[in-house]
Design a protein. Structure first.
Length: 196
């Protein structure tokens, strides 16, 4: 993981040094910001690995509701920040938050908790796959109103992965996977900037 992060920092420096020098007067501006966030993220990772994962289960529903409320709040005119035609952020000035990042974690926690509680009924997709895909569909709808196809696809991959690991029967899982792939393809081809 450390090696991948170091390679990532080198790539960020390589890709941004010229524009950072022009825009900010230092070729190191972007990579230093990336290093700051990497340090914060690594510290959070070390802290969170020491927390018993069972404790996260009780926060799954409140986290889902909170992240859903933030995704709705982003869509309120005058509240969500519109950048380059997409309204994906909340915040003021340099302090911004992208609620879809929290939604990824919240949906993951909720679906994992749901499937863990219903592990004995994994063959009954009405009790497992259907609620998980309904939660995903609600969040995907909010994400596509921003519009944010990339995060929607990532969220779909997260839900599909958790369903697979939990032991969802492959037939229904493949069926929903094909439907999701067709929907993502149609959305990708339906907008000229995505086709480009």
């Amino acid at each position: 993981l450390s090696v991948l992060n170091l390679i990532g920092l080198v790539m960020v420096l390589s890709a941004s040094s010229v524009s950072a020098l022009d825009d900010h007067g230092s070729a190191w501006y972007v990579v230093l910001r990336q290093l700051m966030w990497l340090s914060l993220g690594s510290s959070a990772c070390v802290f969170l690995t020491r927390v018993d994962y069972h404790r996260w289960r009780r926060w799954s529903t409140p986290a889902l509701a909170f992240s859903g409320a933030l995704l709705v709040l982003v869509l309120v005119p005058g509240v969500g920040l519109n950048i380059n035609g997409s309204t994906r952020w909340l915040g003021y000035g340099p302090l911004t938050l992208q609620p879809s990042e929290l939604a990824k974690l919240a949906v993951l926690l909720f679906v994992a908790d749901l499937l863990a509680r219903r592990a004995a009924w994994m063959n009954d997709v009405r009790l497992t796959m259907v609620p998980a895909t309904l939660v995903f569909s609600g969040f995907a709808s909010l994400l596509m109103l921003q519009p944010n196809l990339g995060t929607t696809i990532i969220l779909g991959a997260i839900v599909m992965s958790v369903l697979y690991v939990a032991g969802t029967p492959l037939g229904p899982l493949c069926g929903i996977g094909v439907l999701g792939t067709l929907a993502a393809s149609a959305l990708a081809l339906g907008a000229s900037y995505r086709r480009d």
